[in-house]
Design a protein around this ligand. Structure first.
Ligand code: CTP
Length: 396
């Protein structure tokens, strides 16, 4: 996702500098070309040899070496992005005030590309008004300040100030410089995960949906430039990218309300959620006590959200459903496609080994209202999501 992108990693002297090794590795894994600059004192925290090995380039620490100038101006012009990780309190202060006593700072002042700053320090230092003022100043210059995490700090204290994890830094870079444009200007709505239907204040009816396929689709659309909103049932997973709008809901009713609200402004809608078909007709106000040997709960049908959206769909909108079947797969999927008046249905069969709930892989067949059939082999849900988005693009 960062294929061919040129990225400079600038390291200042913080204990978090060891994470720069993982950052460089991850950037390389994502296809980026990486160059590293570091301050003299950062060498106390991380070995330049490790960084040069992983980046496949010499690490620049001084303005010159062996009578040759390390041309930071050229490096700054070369880059598509410069990420300073970790950025210490002192480095942030110097950056905010245009000081330039090392190569990390000189490269910052020379660079014309987007700049990402990942602060790392103790909580009190981070929260100090001078640090906050410096960060606000750097942000006002157009730099992107990455959020710090809360947790164990090198000081022994617990609090805010931990550097963003390498995965979070890479996600921010992908989000800012790695997105395609194929779906730019398109609004995509995705429902994902299960719904929970309350029996009483402590119990509910639900299903095994993990939300993985819905999130994979949301990320695939987003990486192709779409504006993406996810209406998400209760799930542990969250999308990697902060730019994906996330609307959490619990019940089928809440999901329906959110879908009806968002649908009119969406160009594409994909109902990947495993919406409950039935809910308890009456939710008990108090916890149901264990008195009898058997308990009967009356269930009532929920509204079919997809069918409702199908009846409201404008000709300029595209609406895709999912079908989860355990028997007569094709016939059932085609029946849903026509009854719900949608453009296409993605059939998952729980009978296929490696496909279905909770796991990372899936195998699907797409049937369209125009009579086309597209089959995809068993693959990782992320890869499948990209294939589906590419297929949908052909219909735009
Ligand atoms: N769906 C929906 N609202 C519901 C039930 C399902 O919007 N109350 C959507 C799902 O998100 C999916 C599609 O309808 O996109 C098909 O869901 P599925 O569970 O396979 O089918 P159902 O219509 O619920 O029919 P059945 O359970 O009888 O197979």
């Amino acid at each position: 996702m960062l294929q061919g992108k040129k990225i400079i990693v600038g390291i200042s002297a913080s204990i978090a500098a060891y994470k720069a090794i993982l950052l460089v590795r991850l950037l390389k894994k994502n296809g980026a070309e990486v160059r590293v600059v570091m301050s003299q004192s950062a060498k106390d925290f991380v070995s330049p040899l490790v960084l040069s090995t992983f980046s496949n380039h010499p690490v620049w620490i001084d303005f010159h070496e062996n009578n040759v100038w390390n041309n930071h101006v050229e490096l700054g012009l070369w880059a598509d992005a410069y990420v300073i990780a970790p950025a210490t309190c002192h480095t942030i202060g110097k950056m905010a005030n245009g000081l330039c006593d090392n190569i990390v700072l000189a490269t910052y002042l020379s660079a014309r590309c987007p700049i990402f700053i990942a602060p790392a320090m103790d909580e009190d230092m981070y929260k100090h008004p001078s640090t906050q003022q410096n960060l606000a100043k750097l942000q006002s210059f157009g730099n992107q300040i990455l959020s710090v995490n809360t947790g164990f700090l090198a000081s022994g204290l617990h609090g805010e100030g931990r550097m963003a994890e390498p995965e979070e830094i890479v996600a921010a870079l992908i989000e800012n410089i790695g997105r395609g444009r194929g779906w730019q200007g398109k609004k995509v709505l995705i429902s994902a995960g299960p719904t929970q239907e309350a029996i009483d204040p402590v119990r509910y009816i639900s299903n095994h949906s993990s939300g993985k396929m819905g999130i994979a689709l949301a990320e695939a659309f987003y990486l192709q430039g779409a504006e993406v909103t996810v209406i998400a049932g209760p799930m542990a997973l969250k999308p990697t990218f902060s730019g994906i709008q996330w609307i959490p809901v619990t019940s089928a009713k809440e999901m329906e309300q959110a879908c009806l609200r968002e649908f009119p402004s969406s160009d594409w809608t994909v109902m990947a959620a495993a919406v409950a078909d039935y809910r308890p007709a009456n939710r008990a106000e108090e916890k149901i006590k264990k008195k009898e040997n058997t308990l009967t709960i009356n269930l009532e049908k929920t509204h079919d959200i997809l069918a409702t959206l199908g009846s409201q769909k404008r000709p300029d909108q595209h609406l895709i459903g999912f079908a989860l079947e355990t028997e007569n797969e094709e016939a059932n999927a085609l029946e849903k496609l026509h009854r719900k008046k949608i453009d296409a249905i993605v059939l998952n069969s729980l009978k296929v080994p490696g496909a279905g709930f909770g796991i990372n892989t899936n195998q699907v067949t797409v049937y369209t209202a125009l009579g086309e059939t597209h089959s995809f082999g068993l693959k990782h849900k992320d890869e499948l999501a990209h294939d589906l988005v590419d297929l949908f693009q052909k219909w735009t």
